[in-house]
Design a protein around this ligand. Structure first.
Ligand code: IPE
Ligand code: IPE
Ligand code: MG
Length: 240
């Protein structure tokens, strides 16, 4: 990798195209999901090498619950298996692991594994790897609004102060509270949409759409994305 001047602190990826990768090879969709785990591994390594501090991955949307039960079950057991397998690598490589999303919809077993993985890696500082699971941007904004309303009701003496809160203040109620917004959002597989991902947090993210299917998105593709990002001019509405 060439030395890049402008390393994004937070890279986020909408991992799409597993099914098509499998279909192209005459395989079951599951084969694409399994191969996709290798891409997660490769991109995590690449992120550490490049000095990216946060890598977040859209692994399962709220809408994905509407897939056939068999595929949902396969995806959930794959998450479970991968977390168990990767746990030692996280600790070895200084990776803090987090899952964000609507945890109430996940099974008790999976939640227990997530909790243990998050707890064991909470002190690691090289890279924060975030898996968005059972997540959607609208759900996130709604749960934030609901928690905010509860705070206002619970603290009538501070109601005026709370109600005049700015966007930074409100963003602390999102599940990503305390995590910087993504500098770059990559979507693989040629689709050019956000599919209900990080609607608030992505307000000023650079977007990169690539035709590469997720199981084919490895280190080379990750570094190429960083290179593209380094050439972008972020203006935030100002004149330069
Ligand atoms: C991404 O691949 C994985 C998830 C959304 C869980 P897809 O399963 O969406 O693959 P395509 O889009 O059908 O090819
Ligand atoms: C988006 O992919 C969600 C994830 C990658 C987890 P989908 O394949 O579910 O998105 P749509 O249905 O094409 O918008
Ligand atoms: Mg898809």
């Amino acid at each position: 990798m060439e030395k890049l001047v402008n390393i994004p602190a937070h890279v986020s990826i909408i991992m799409d195209g597993n099914g098509r990768w499998a279909r192209e090879r005459g395989l079951e969709r599951t084969a694409g999901h399994i191969e996709g785990v290798e891409s997660v591994r490769a991109c995590t390594e690449a992120a550490v090498e490049a000095g990216v501090k946060y890598l977040s991955l859209y692994a399962f949307s709220e809408e994905n619950w509407n897939r056939p039960q068999e595929e949902v079950d396969t995806l959930m057991s794959l998450m479970f298996k991968s977390m168990m397998e990767e746990m030692p690598n996280f600790s070895e490589n200084g990776i803090r692991f987090m899952v964000l999303g609507n945890r109430e919809r996940l099974s008790d077993g999976l939640n227990a594994t997530i909790d243990s993985c998050m707890e064991k890696t909470s002190g690691n500082t090289a890279l924060t790897l975030i898996l968005f699971l059972s997540y959607s941007g609208k759900w996130d904004i709604l749960q934030a609004a609901s928690r905010f309303a509860r705070d206002v009701l619970a603290h009538p003496d501070r109601a005026d102060e709370l109600l005049s809160m700015d966007a930074d203040g409100f963003s602390r109620y999102l599940v990503t509270g305390g995590i910087p917004d993504p500098d770059l959002i990559v979507r693989t597989s040629g689709e050019q949409r956000l599919s209900n991902y990080l609607l608030w947090q992505g307000a000023y993210s650079e977007l990169l759409f690539t035709d590469v299917l997720w199981p084919d998105f490895r280190k080379k593709e990750f570094f190429a994305a960083l290179e593209t990002y380094s050439k972008r001019d972020r203006r935030y509405g100002k004149v330069k």
